[in-house]
Design a binder for this molecule. Sequence first.
Ligand code: TRP
Length: 360
Amino acid sequence: MSSSQPHPRMLTGDRPTGPLHLGHLVGSLRNRIRLQYEYESFFIIADLHMLTTKSDPADIALIDKRARGLVLDALSAGIEPEHVNFYLQSPVPEIHELAGLLQPLVTVARLERLPPLKEMARDAGVEMSFALLGYPILQSADILCVRANAVPVGKDNYAFVEITRELARRFNARYGEVFPIPETVAGGTPTLVGTDGVRKMSKSLGNAISLDDSPQDVRKKVHRMYTDPNRITADVPGTVEGNPVFAWLDVFATDGTAVAAMKDRYRAGTIGDVAVKEYLAGVVNDVLDPMRERRERYATPGLVDELIVRGTARVREETQATVREVRRAMGLTGAWNRIRRSAERHAKRPGEPGQDGRRP
Ligand code: TRP
């Protein structure tokens, strides 16, 4: 009945809905990279979660390609394969089993109130399905099945980890200590705005720069970025606050002095948008260049697939062990054992129906 392991564990991951972008990098990926040395790490490719908003055969047909893409994105960003277990969620059916066993511990009203779920339904243009309402419970099962201690995620996932903590506490209080209470590891960087300057960066909104974008794509996207709409020519004093170009420079630039000088010149109307964007494109490409190199290195055929297969087998074992312990703690194992033993006892008694139901 241990609730802690010798090595603390971290679990995080993404749905296979598209490539990772700069928002993921600053929102959670950098934390994951930092934590990989302190924790035994698990990286979920959450295809069951994808099904809560995208369940068309066309989406499902892309799972393998996108799963490989996610793993390659993570490796290129600096996750090291020897530190991490990458795994696909749907080949571990016991995750669903655990989710089902956790369901009595949360109310529909609690789930209906969660803002990120409503937002997800709206963004996906779907009504709240039963599956989407259960999204946080499924995520809790992911986290609890490997008994993770730390969960580095972006802001839109904080509420889900909060649900996980509630479920773990309630479970432990009602049935005995089985789960450690996981901690959210916060992103540390404010949500990154997209190239449209309005909404948070998101692949589906078409305002993202992906980690696998080419230097030319980066340049093109940065030059199309929204800036200060009141600035018609370079000699008009510009606004730095709320200007996405400067918001990005604050996040990605390493030369703070150069950025401060550029802000002064922008406010004074002595530098054009084009020059600032040219600088920003260089800064972003400096961030992505080492990732491009690593991506090439890891693109050996079969390497990523092997990692996923190995990690999935590992997690399946862990999850089966956890579910066994959960069933035992809840008393389900005991109930079944009493029925089984009684059947065996009666089967052994002479003159009673045998195991095959016939009298001897
Ligand atoms: N909800 C995460 C996302 O926004 C994906 C996810 C599923 C996850 N299960 C998880 C993240 C467990 C961290 C831990 O895509």
